[in-house]
Design a protein around this ligand. Structure first.
Ligand SMILES: [Zn+2]
Length: 60
């Protein structure tokens, strides 16, 4: 998983920079990554979406 270094602030549409550092093993799906807006200091949390898992033939 490789979250973006910056996201767009929901409050002021400014640039929010990632304030969470990657864990040793890297980010994993479900991890919450924190961002802080440089303009309004608003904090945003981005939850990493799990990647599509291969199905195990469990249909029907
Ligand atoms: Zn902002």
């Amino acid at each position: 998983m490789d979250p973006p270094n910056t996201v767009i602030c929901m409050e002021c549409a400014g640039v929010a920079h990632r304030s969470s550092y990657a864990p040793y093993q890297g980010f994993e799906p479900g991890d919450v990554v924190a961002y802080a807006c440089e303009d309004c200091n608003h904090r945003l949390d981005l939850v990493l979406e799990p990647e599509e898992e291969p199905t195990d033939g469990a249909y029907g």
